[in-house]
Design a protein around this ligand. Structure first.
Ligand code: TRP
Length: 475
């Protein structure tokens, strides 16, 4: 065990797993999903998903990882035999694809951070056209104020930073990086929220975010809430099996999982509280009743415009801090995504960590190239005919989302029918003496055996139908 490395203790593990969970999903995606899906209604559905489906899957994954003490493939293989090992491989592949698109978006955020903090981006006359220019011509190395505009280079740099950290191993790399970035992330987040609440019209943003609009409650709201919850907690592909395999036996898994879920949900919730007052401040400034907040435009077009309105000095400070926050969130997630395939090769093929890290990072970066080019550079990838004309990035991200809920469903079946629930209970009771007689045990046993597999199975199938055909067409 010691040769594989391990987290130094509870705090190190919780920060790393919370770092994996807190990411672009929380800061960029959660606020606009909530905005589009009825505000507090979405929040409510999201919370149900966390309690009912995500928390049990998280505890299960960590238990599997710690019991087997191996990577995603090795853990399923060890506890369930060769065929279950494929489930681990499926997860590792999903992680590779997630990182391939995630790193592209992280590269944009990194570029924006450098350009706002050290360049002139906030002086742009039109943030919409800047963003399309930026994501479109990925190889354009022309520069503004000495900084390149090539998001190809920014993604490459982001992947390199991720690789440097992961190559240092568990304690000196992953744990150390999270111990710095996670507290910084919370501090910046809270700082910006306090500031944004003082802006004119901020309260209207808070109301928009928190007052439920039940008219928006549709079956798709449930799908979005579920997919988002799974993605946000990094579930369903073995990231937490991998991190769990570095966790000491003395630690309490059920309470750690609760803290991680809570830490992640708090950041998602707070991100909305940061973003909507800002957006409504802009509406007030521009005297309009609505600005587009869907998808990438929210943080790459609307927010820069808001920072611009704050004036050159304050805009640079608040905008720079905001994008630094996004970069920290993304980096603590890319680290966990890279660790999954790295752990597999280190554990199974006995390869050297350093070589594996750089090899896989390069491979994933190359896989990300068509995704990068799908934002306009290659028109065929920008409008996929078989996918309702959406682009390749959206397609890959959607496929990954689906594989996570399927992965979660299969994990529950694995625990129920192969590993057996009493073995999970035994693992969960290590580090938690009261577990066997606790309510948590009854809850986990019930949800993992009955609720999660059924709901996750049914919802995954419905999401697939909806993605390709539109669920309304069925009824
Ligand atoms: N949870 C991260 C986010 O919200 C993304 C992420 C990191 C992830 N590791 C993962 C998603 C593993 C799924 C699986 O942005």
């Amino acid at each position: 065990m010691s040769s594989r490395g391990n987290f130094s203790g509870r705090i190190g593990f919780i920060l790393a797993a919370a770092g994996s969970a807190v990411g672009l999903g929380n800061i960029w995606k959660f606020p606009y999903l909530a905005g589009q899906n009825g505000g507090a209604v979405f929040l409510f559905i999201y919370l149900i998903c966390i309690f009912l489906l995500c928390y049990p899957v998280m505890a299960g994954e960590i238990a599997i990882g710690r019991k087997a003490g191996s990577d995603a493939y090795g853990s399923y293989h060890k506890l369930g035999g060769k065929n279950w090992g494929y489930l681990g491989l499926f997860g590792i592949l999903a992680g590779i694809f997630i990182l391939s698109f995630y790193n592209v978006v992280a590269g944009w955020a990194f570029g924006y951070f450098l350009h706002i903090a050290f360049g002139d981006l906030l002086l742009e006359p039109d943030f919409g056209s800047f963003f399309s220019f930026f994501v479109n011509d990925v190889l354009d190395v022309s520069s503004t104020k000495g900084l390149t505009n090539s998001n190809f280079l920014f993604s490459l740099m982001f992947m390199a930073i991720t690789a440097v950290i992961v190559s240092q191993g568990i304690q000196k790399g992953i744990e150390a990086a999270n111990k710095i970035m996670m507290p910084a992330l919370y501090a910046i987040l809270i700082g910006i929220i306090i500031y944004s609440l003082t802006l004119p019209n901020a309260i209207s943003g808070v109301k928009f975010y928190l007052i439920p609009d039940f008219a928006e409650l549709k079956i798709q709201t449930v799908f979005e809430g579920l997919k988002q919850a799974f993605f946000s907690l990094s579930l369903g592909m073995g990231a937490l099996i991998t991190y769990g395999s570095y966790l000491k036996k003395s630690e309490n898994i059920t309470s750690s999982a609760a803290v991680i879920s809570l830490a992640d949900t708090t950041v998602a919730f707070l991100s909305g509280l940061m973003v909507f007052p800002l957006v409504h401040f802009l509406q007030y400034k521009l005297q309009v009743t609505e600005v587009a907040t869907a998808g990438p435009p929210l943080i790459f077009i609307v927010l820069p415009q808001i920072f611009h309105e704050m004036g050159p000095v304050l805009g640079r400070i608040v905008g720079g801090s905001f994008f630094l926050l996004v970069c920290f969130a993304a980096l603590t997630s890319t680290i966990s995504l890279l660790e999954v395939p790295v752990a597999y090769l280190v554990d199974q093929k006995k390869m050297k960590r350093k070589n594996v890290v750089w090899g896989i990072a390069l491979l994933i970066f190359i896989l990300g190239l068509p995704i990068m080019a799908s934002q306009g550079m290659i028109p065929a990838l920008n409008k996929l005919p078989f996918y309702k004309g959406q682009d390749f990035l959206v397609f890959v991200a959607d496929m990954c989302d689906i594989s996570l809920t399927i992965g979660g469903c299969l994990m529950c079946l694995f625990i129920t029918y192969r590993w057996k629930i009493h073995n999970m209970d035994e693992e969960l009771s290590i580090g938690n003496e009261n577990y066997m007689n606790s309510f948590v045990r009854k809850y986990l046993n019930f949800t993992i055996q009955y609720v999660c597999p059924v709901l996750l199975g049914v919802l995954s199938v419905m999401v697939i139908i909806d993605k390709f055909f539109g669920i309304e067409n069925l009824f």
